[in-house]
Design a protein around this ligand. Structure first.
Ligand SMILES: NC(=O)C1=CN([C@@H]2O[C@H](COP(=O)(O)OP(=O)(O)OC[C@H]3O[C@@H](n4cnc5c(N)ncnc54)[C@H](O)[C@@H]3O)[C@@H](O)[C@H]2O)[C@@H](O)CC1
Ligand SMILES: Nc1ncnc2c1ncn2[C@@H]1O[C@H](COP(=O)(O)OP(=O)(O)O)[C@@H](O)[C@H]1O
Ligand SMILES: [K+]
Length: 503
């Protein structure tokens, strides 16, 4: 499933019209009829429906919906919130079709009037503003949105809750708080941003006949589903041996944080790595090795000093490295050596992201790919901004960072945004609030390390790793656990169930 900005959606519509040969009117008819079908399936006909329409094509969709629902037997009234001359083009055409069969069109020009008129209704269908919204919401629409939000009736938005921007990075002024949104064709970026997803309520997409080719040409952002995992997950070779399944190195677990590296190592092994070596400090060897007996060990005097020739030689056999889980935040020569002296795919997580920050000022001398896995706080630190700004702009901040430093970015959260150095993006929205607990990020790093070693292409590798991690948590809260008691170690154990669903 593709995810779009407003500009991309307009380009996609244009493609459908100009190259696909589908008239704009047909697209609007399809949009309205498809939304009406969804409403027919979800809500019975004894409801009294108000459809509020604005000046643009979103309002045009509203007139089409009105016609279909009235034909089906609903009691429908359309409230036009703008002057007649503002309704133009296809929207005006569908307004006329509505008037040909119904006299239930009321002009409402102020919010008091709207409030009085809507008290008799059970449900309001919001076709006031679509993706064409720009700037602060102007009066009288502003007060009207406020009135609708305060009505104790079901609110259904068409395409996008009116007032909400489609693109990330824009501060929300005022928007309809919908119970349900029927999104036309493709979810917009704000569906997946923490501060804005709430406005959509439940959401579903309706297809209106836009050719897939339009998406290939105009967007490079998609939501990762089981279908994508199945299509890209590498098959286990019958004749595989441990060497062919990847030799990974995890570096971390200083004195006060031995658990972090155990979680990463065990998660890497559970997700299919052939061999995992844990590089950690001598003092922690007993606890770490007894918790992960399948791994091999490489001892380091501390986790910040330069790597010796002996270390570099030992790491030469390694296919990929993950560093940062419980290494502490002191300045690190070790991280610079990993970047400059070992040309292996390198995943940088947790504390090592703090150590990476000063190194970003000089060009990163690393041919093999670098993957960083920050949560919002770490991303805010890396980009000298605030957590609220990262939450508002997860797509754009990730893209700017990935393109500027030519790294892969896995920005972790309820919706994890994965970005390639060329700006291509994937959203992974599996998982639940049970994952909001210390250690789950370490588990993700271990899983991602294995995926990096086993896939040919890195973006699907990272997306598949995030899918496994989130799906394991989802499976666990549906069976033996809840969002309260779920532990990072459980997420490792849940992986086997997820693998079963993939075969
Ligand atoms: N071919 C197409 O373009 C299709 C468009 N569709 C619908 O059309 C919508 C987009 O249509 P439009 O581009 O006409 O955009 P809108 O329907 O969002 O309307 C934009 C108009 O709203 C008003 N407006 C914008 N910002 C405002 C603000 N801050 N305060 C008050 N009023 C404001 C302005 O009059 C502006 O011209 C989509 O969301 C979707 O619902 C669908 O019908 C499918 C096909
Ligand atoms: N509410 C949530 N819903 C879904 N996933 C979540 C939620 N909270 C956290 N996660 C996931 O859990 C992991 C937490 O990582 P992180 O914050 O680095 O944890 P830690 O550093 O303690 O191991 C990330 O993969 C994130 O996407
Ligand atoms: K709307």
């Amino acid at each position: 499933m593709y995810i779009v900005t407003a500009e991309e959606m307009y380009e996609i519509d244009r493609y459908a019209i100009e190259k696909g040969g589908i008239e704009g009117k047909v697209l609007m008819e399809n949009a309205g009829s498809q939304v009406a079908q969804q409403i027919i399936q979800a809500y019975n006909t004894n409801r009294k429906l108000a459809i509020v329409v604005g000046s643009g094509n979103n309002g045009g969709d509203g007139f089409v919906i009105a016609r279909y629902l009235a034909e089906y037997g609903y009691n429908v009234t359309v409230f036009q919130l703008v002057a007649d001359h503002k309704i133009k083009g296809d929207a005006a055409f569908y307004k006329q079709l509505w008037l040909n069969t119904s006299d239930k069109l009321a002009h409402v020009t102020d919010s008091h009037q709207l409030k009085q008129r809507l008290v008799d209704f059970d449900m309001v269908i919001d076709a006031i503003l679509g993706i064409g919204v720009s700037g602060a919401i102007r009066e009288p629409i502003r007060s009207m949105i406020d009135v609708i939000n305060h009505l104790p009736i079901t609110k259904i938005s068409v395409d996008i809750p009116s007032g909400l921007p489609a693109n990330d990075g824009i501060e929300v002024d005022l928007a309809i708080q919908a119970d349900q949104t029927y999104i036309i064709e493709a979810p917009k970026e704000t569906v997946f941003c923490e501060d804005t997803s709430i406005y959509y309520g439940e959401w579903e997409t309706v297809k209106i006949g836009v050719p897939q080719a339009a998406y290939f040409e105009h967007t490079s952002r998609q939501r990762w589903c089981k279908k994508n995992v199945r299509a890209t997950f590498p098959k286990r070779n019958k004749y595989a041996h441990k060497g062919t399944n990847g030799r990974g190195l995890v570096i971390g677990g200083q004195l006060t944080m031995p658990g972090a590296i155990v979680l990463a190592a065990r998660a890497a092994l559970r997700s299919g790595a052939g061999l995992i070596t844990v590089a950690t400090v001598k003092e922690n060897l007993p606890i770490v090795s007894s918790s992960c007996i399948e791994a091999t060990y490489h001892l380091l005097p501390n986790l910040t000093d330069r790597l010796t020739d002996r270390d570099l030689e030992a790491f030469e056999q390694i296919d990929a490295i993950a560093v940062g889980m419980g290494v502490g935040r002191d300045e690190s020569q070790l991280l610079s050596d990993l970047i400059e002296k070992l040309d292996k795919p390198l995943l940088i997580d947790a504390d090592s992201l703090y150590q990476l920050k000063p190194l970003l000022e000089t060009q990163l001398q690393h041919e093999a790919p670098i993957v960083i896995t920050p949560h919002y706080g770490e991303m805010a630190m890396l980009t000298d901004t605030t957590v609220p700004k990262v939450k508002r702009s997860p797509f754009s901040i990730s893209r700017q960072f990935a393109e500027k430093y030519q790294v892969y970015v896995v920005l972790k959260g309820r919706h994890t945004v994965i970005t390639a150095p060329n700006g291509e993006q994937i959203i992974s929205d599996q998982g639940n609030a049970g994952l909001a607990k210390g250690g789950t990020g370490d588990v993700l790093s271990g899983i991602l390390l294995t995926m990096i070693m086993q896939h040919k292409e890195l973006l699907p590798a990272l997306a598949n790793g995030c899918y496994l991690h989130g799906k394991s948590a989802d499976y666990l809260v549906e069976t033996d656990h809840t969002e309260m008691d779920l532990l990072a170690t459980d997420v490792i154990e849940g992986l086997s169930q997820v693998f079963r669903t993939l075969s």
